[in-house]
Write a protein that binds this ligand. Structure first.
Ligand code: DX5
Ligand code: ZN
Length: 213
């Protein structure tokens, strides 16, 4: 049995409060916030005012995935908005150890995300400071993309690294998750699956979440 982080990126943003209520009554582990800056990724999503609105309706922990350059400029803002899990991209943080420690110092759980082309072995010297690692199974920037099959091997390697080092960080898989691939992802070592398009394109989103737990 795994955990599901629901991304509201693919939801109808005109009905954000309704989507939050749906997530509240589902078995979702978190509400996953995809923040994009149009620089690190070729798309813009939403920022602080929208996250604040979500915080008024969400009863689930907010787990923010920052696809933004220079994320450290805003860690305190995310903390103030009630974000519990804050994940930065490896590719945006030349001083990753410092970033992860800073996020923890502010009282949040610290996560690091890897683009599909970034090797898990690059985390060997920093993963001790992470509470969460996101394996991106699509190139970040858009919801509703196809799962990249090579991600399975990365999850497997990361899971072995965790065992070898005796660490307890959680492994989250983000992008292209659906009812057909959820099992194998858990089997490879994923603890949390992010789901956006699959949930919000389903007729019964609560049941769709149940189907991938
Ligand atoms: C992609 C984001 C997502 C994503 C969810 O840049 O990180 O979290 O939209 O993916 P889907 O829609 O494939 O479930
Ligand atoms: Zn995400």
């Amino acid at each position: 049995m795994g955990k599901v982080a629901v991304s509201v990126l693919s939801s109808d943003l005109g009905y954000l409060a309704d989507s939050c209520r749906m997530i509240n009554r589902s078995q979702a582990w978190s509400l996953h916030l995809d923040v994009m800056d149009g620089v690190f990724v070729p798309n813009l999503s939403y920022g602080f005012p929208v996250i604040e609105a979500i915080s008024h309706y969400s009863e689930k922990p907010m787990d923010a995935h920052l696809m933004t350059v220079e994320p450290s400029r805003y860690y305190q803002r995310y903390k103030d908005l009630g974000v519990s899990w804050l994940t930065v991209h490896y590719e945006t943080c030349p001083h990753l150890n410092r970033d992860l420690q800073e996020i923890r110092r502010l009282g949040m759980k610290a996560g690091v995300a890897l683009n599909p082309s970034t090797s898990v072995f690059l985390l060997e010297q920093a993963v001790h400071y992470a509470d969460l690692v996101i394996v991106m199974s699509v190139n970040p920037g858009f919801g509703g993309q196809k799962f990249i099959p090579e991600s399975l091997e990365k999850i497997d390697r990361l899971s072995r690294m965790r065992k070898e080092k005796g660490l307890g960080f959680l492994i989250q898989v983000d992008g292209g998750v659906n009812a057909n691939n959820a099992r194998i992802l858990y089997e490879k070592g994923a603890d949390i699956l992010v789901a956006g398009n699959y949930v919000f394109s389903s007729e019964d989103p609560v049941a769709a979440i149940d189907a991938i737990i």
